[in-house]
Design a protein around this ligand. Structure first.
Ligand code: ZN
Ligand code: ZN
Length: 252
């Protein structure tokens, strides 16, 4: 998969585009990336997640067990304390140009960057999503007041693009953020859990009951937000819950 992703990035690096780099604002010299129209330095900083990872939570492994044996491996944490979801998948490491693009996408009103970000993540996320035909994607919702001030929900815009490519449906409005939580950024792991506890509620159980549900976020950090979403969704009795994010912070 790693080689495939790198090949996909490299083969896309072909066409000249005018204009500045959307990540660093610098001039694009010579050939820019056809995928994302990034400058060479920013494009070079885009890193797919490790191929060696836990089959459940996708945490990178510190040794070559999976590669050497050809078998999947579940990390000790997932075996001792299985997560509420069946599987987590993400595409990119939250660093370099991806970090810059996400920041502009989430906090500076650059909703159009959804196209570029989706392009960078599609070769990993879309084939995985397409394997769950009939599943519904539920983007992590914003509280209504934040949605009004920001004007759009970043995970929703990304989920729409991935769902379209994978032939899935996005269900919006079934999961509601009923409490306007503090931003998770800067909080310790236990504070993050406390901050989002009970913050989500399912409003329409019929969208979820008996279905495969894929909860989707832009950035996965400690998983506190995802867990809170999954707990609310589980009450509506889905067949199974999967979790996906475009990128993972602190992945390796
Ligand atoms: Zn750049
Ligand atoms: Zn794991």
């Amino acid at each position: 998969m790693q080689a495939q992703l790198l090949h996909s990035f490299t083969s896309a690096y072909k066409t000249l585009f005018p204009g500045g780099c959307p990540a660093c604002g610098g001039k694009i010299e010579g050939r820019g990336s056809v995928v994302a129209r990034l400058c060479a330095a920013c494009f070079g900083s885009v890193r797919p997640v490790s191929e060696k990872h836990c089959a459940v939570c996708e945490k990178p492994l510190e040794f070559d067990y999976e590669i050497e044996t050809g078998q999947t491996y579940t990390c000790g944490e997932c075996r001792l304390n299985p997560p509420i979801y069946d599987e987590l998948r993400h595409a990119l490491v939250y660093e370099g140009a991806v970090r810059e693009l996400i920041h502009k996408f989430k906090y500076q009103g650059a909703s159009g960057l959804a196209r570029i970000l989706a392009k960078l993540g599609e070769c990993k996320i879309v084939p995985w999503l397409a394997g769950y035909s009939g599943a519904v994607m539920i983007p992590v919702p914003l509280h209504r007041s934040k949605l009004l001030s920001r004007g759009y929900n970043p995970p929703y815009l990304l989920a729409l693009r991935f769902a379209r490519m994978a032939g899935l449906k996005v269900v919006e409005g079934s999961l509601r953020r009923i409490r306007n939580t503090r931003p998770q950024f800067g909080l310790k792991a236990d504070e993050r859990i406390k901050n989002v506890k009970g913050a989500f509620k399912v409003l329409n159980r019929n969208d979820i009951k008996g279905r495969t549900v894929i909860v989707f976020d832009d950035v996965y950090t400690t998983g506190a937000t995802m867990d809170a979403c999954c707990k609310a969704i589980k009450k509506a009795k889905p067949e199974r819950i999967l979790v996906s994010a475009l990128c993972r912070a602190g992945a390796d």
